[in-house]
Design a protein around this ligand. Structure first.
Ligand SMILES: [Zn+2]
Length: 233
C-alpha cells in the first residue's frame, strides 16, 4: 500500500516502505518522478492528488523505479537505461541540461551514470532541491554490482553532484531517510572512494550475489570485481 505525503507546496511523495516517488503539481500538468514497481499501481495514488495530465520522468530504469510504467503510456528516460524497461511504453530520451517546468518548479536533468548507465538526477536550482534517484542515500545500501552498474562512473558522477551541492538545500532520495542534508553528497563520495580503495569492511549479503560494504555514512552492495571497475569498462 502506497502512502502519500505532502512535502511542500505542490510537492508530494508516495512511499510503500521501500521505494519513493515524487509528484510535482503545476497549473496545467503534473510531473511524476519514477513509477515504483509493476505492482505499485501508482496511477491511483496520483489521481487521488490531481486530475491534471501527468508526465512521467524516470531517474533510472531499475524495476523498483520503472516497473510501474505498466500503468502509463509514455515516459522520459536517459537512453542507456531503455534496455532495462520491460513495460510496452513509448520512451523519450533525457539529456544533460533538459529542463521541465511545472508551476514554480523547474527541473533540470543532470546525468549521473554509475548506479545504472542511464541514471539522472533532477535539480531545481531556484528552489535548491535535488532528486538523485538512488545515487545519494543515507545508510544505503546503494546497489553497485552487476553488468549495468559501474563504480568508476559512479564516482565521477558523485564529483559532478558535489560541484552542484552549493546550490542544493534539500536532497530527496528514493530510499531510506528522506529528505536528507546535501552534506550527504560529499559523504557518499567519501565512502565510495574508500570502497574503490578497498578499505571498507565487508561481509557476504544473505540471499544476494554480492557483499555488503559498510562505509562511514552509507553502505554498498558490490563485489570485489565490481568495486575495481573503472569508468571506461
Ligand atoms: Zn531503487
Amino acid at each position: 500500500m502506497v502512502q502519500t505525503q505532502c512535502l511542500g507546496e505542490n510537492l508530494y511523495a508516495f512511499f510503500d516502505g521501500h521505494v519513493r516517488q515524487f509528484l510535482l503539481v503545476g497549473p496545467d500538468r503534473a510531473l511524476l518522478l519514477d513509477t515504483g514497481y509493476d505492482r505499485s499501481h501508482l496511477r491511483e495514488a496520483v489521481r487521488a492528488v490531481t486530475d491534471r495530465p501527468v508526465q512521467v520522468l524516470l531517474t533510472h530504469g531499475d524495476p523498483d523505479h520503472a516497473g510501474g510504467l505498466v500503468d502509463f503510456d509514455e515516459a522520459w528516460l536517459q537512453e542507456r537505461d531503455w534496455p532495462l524497461v520491460k513495460a510496452p511504453v513509448k520512451l523519450h530520451p533525457l539529456h544533460q541540461g533538459d529542463a521541465f517546468v511545472c508551476g514554480d518548479y523547474r527541473l533540470e536533468v543532470v546525468e549521473i551514470p554509475g548506479h545504472t548507465y542511464g541514471s539522472v538526477a533532477f535539480l531545481d536550482r531556484g528552489k535548491g532541491l535535488l532528486f538523485p534517484g538512488d545515487s545519494v542515500q543515507k545508510d544505503g545500501p546503494i546497489y553497485l554490482f552487476g553488468n549495468h552498474r559501474n563504480v568508476g562512473l559512479y564516482i565521477q558522477s558523485q564529483r559532478s553532484l558535489l560541484a552542484l551541492a552549493g546550490e542544493v538545500h534539500t536532497v530527496y532520495p528514493c530510499h531510506h531517510d528522506c529528505p536528507i542534508d546535501p552534506v550527504y553528497i560529499g559523504r557518499n563520495l567519501e565512502d565510495t572512494l574508500a570502497l574503490q580503495a578497498g578499505t571498507l569492511p565487508s561481509e557476504p549479503t544473505p540471499g544476494m550475489p554480492c557483499r555488503t560494504y559498510r562505509g562511514k555514512w552509507t553502505a554498498f552492495y558490490c563485489t570485489e570485481a565490481d568495486r575495481c571497475r573503472t569508468a571506461g569498462n
